[in-house]
Design a protein around this ligand. Sequence first.
Ligand SMILES: [Zn+2]
Length: 163
Amino acid sequence: MNPSSDAPTHVLMYQTFPEIGGVVHTHSTHAVAWAQAKREIPCYGTTHADGFYGSVPLTRELTAEEIKENYELNTGRVIVERFRTFDLEIMHYPAALVPCHGPFTWGKDAAYAVENAIVLEEVATMAMRTEKLSPDAKPIPQVLLDKHFLRKHGAGAYYGQKK
Ligand SMILES: [Zn+2]
């Protein structure tokens, strides 16, 4: 079969970040809703903190020129730009939202990239419901974010089964 029309986006991610072994792009409903609202997904709880070390990044919008020429490659470029500009560790935030489009996720291999797409959609749903119940909801305390993310992904990670 032919590669996805989005292949240039994924290729740039692989070339820029050697840690990435799989990239997934979906139009899952709630993640897309945040992308269309042009909002990062705030980290309100530990479900989110287990997979992402803070808000899910939102890229800038593409310019008209970037949409007309090399659209798919430029989609990859705005993701890379978002991580480079804010000096974010790519594997600490294995997802990005592209405004008016949707989520891209990644992982060390294809299975992890798919898992992150599923987790992202759940997290997007939970955050939306949190704000519905409490429009003034505050993000998770830093100490709890650190505990949950780093016990799973930090240098001294101990969460889960040993291989
Ligand atoms: Zn798409």
